[in-house]
Design a protein around this ligand. Structure first.
Ligand code: NAD
Length: 267
């Protein structure tokens, strides 16, 4: 008797829906309870789609405690582990315990407004702090309370190690082996002129330090993006960005090798 609960999430492409139907049948035949509703006590969460669907699943399940596995029906599939044509092998390996769990760090932004309210945003890939529309922003940046620079440009992106291969990489940031727990602070179109002086490369910070970003001049309007989800603020005092205690537990099978994945996906 199998009493395991498996949650399946999918995007709406034909191949994802076909894969879900096939996988659900195989799992139900083996006695699993399969549900498309988010269940806190699920033994496994399966996401069928691309990286965007994977991030969507993590956010809609509120950064779940259950292990998560991705089946790639999207383009890049960086978080994904399984191909839709290897479902039987996946089920066998899962039942035989032939997997490990990779705990991925997340990044948290705490926005404090001028009236003293706090709002929190969590990202698996990154947090971005930028100005409204295409306006340049002018931010003070401090590390553990000590001022570092006055940044001018489009914004600041703070990536986790696992998010280093996403937007961070497109901005010229470094690819980080996910075994390193750190935050990568990458400038977005930094201005570096006689009028404004900003670092033009990424800065790597150890996981235990925090970064404070605060608007200078009079404009306190900014946008926060956590994994692409945008929230606007009009009265920001400061934003604290740090590694969060929340982790995402990604299931990895025996052939997983981070650098091989980077090589095959990027080169
Ligand atoms: P999406 O699904 O279209 O994702 C955009 C691209 O980023 C896709 O090619 C996806 O495969 C890739 N991606 C996402 N996470 C990745 C990771 N950890 N490693 C390697 N590639 C990754 O868009 P979405 O649903 O809005 O997803 C949000 C993410 O898209 C954001 O977290 C951000 O990192 C990424 N993004 C990238 C760019 C860029 O590279 N210029 C611009 C905007 C957003």
């Amino acid at each position: 008797m199998n009493n395991k609960i498996i949650n399946i999430f999918t995007n709406e492409t034909d191949i994802s829906l076909e894969t879900r139907a096939e996988l659900t049948k195989k799992l139900v035949d083996r006695g699993y309870t399969v549900t498309e509703e988010s269940m806190e006590d699920a033994d496994l969460i399966i996401c069928i789609g691309g990286d965007g669907s994977f991030l969507e699943t993590i956010h809609s399940c509120k950064f779940p405690k259950s292990p998560v596995i991705g089946i790639n029906t999207g383009h890049l599939g960086f978080f994904q582990e399984i191909s839709p044509d290897c479902l039987d092998q996946f089920i066998t390996d899962y039942e035989d315990g032939q997997y490990s769990i990779q705990d991925l760090s997340t990044v948290k932004a705490t926005v404090t407004t001028l009236d003293g309210r706090e709002n929190k945003h969590l990202g698996l890939n990154e947090i971005i702090i930028k100005g409204r529309q295409s306006y340049a922003v002018h931010f003070g940046i401090a590390i553990d309370g000590k001022p570092l620079e006055r940044f001018s440009g489009d914004g600041i992106l703070v990536a986790t190690s696992s998010g280093s291969t996403a937007y961070n990489y497109s901005l010229g940031g470094s690819i980080v082996d996910p075994r390193l727990d750190l935050l990568q602070v990458t400038p977005i179109a930094p201005m570096n002129t006689t009028a404004y002086r900003s670092f033009t490369s990424s800065i790597l910070l150890p996981a235990e330090v925090s970064l404070e970003i605060y608007p200078v001049y009079d404009d306190n309007r900014i946008f926060i993006l956590n994994d692409g989800k945008e929230t606007g603020y009009s009265n920001v005092k400061d934003v604290k960005v740090e590694v969060s205690d929340t982790m995402v537990h990604l299931m990895r099978f025996k052939n997983y090798d981070f650098w091989n994945k980077v090589k095959t996906k990027f080169l």
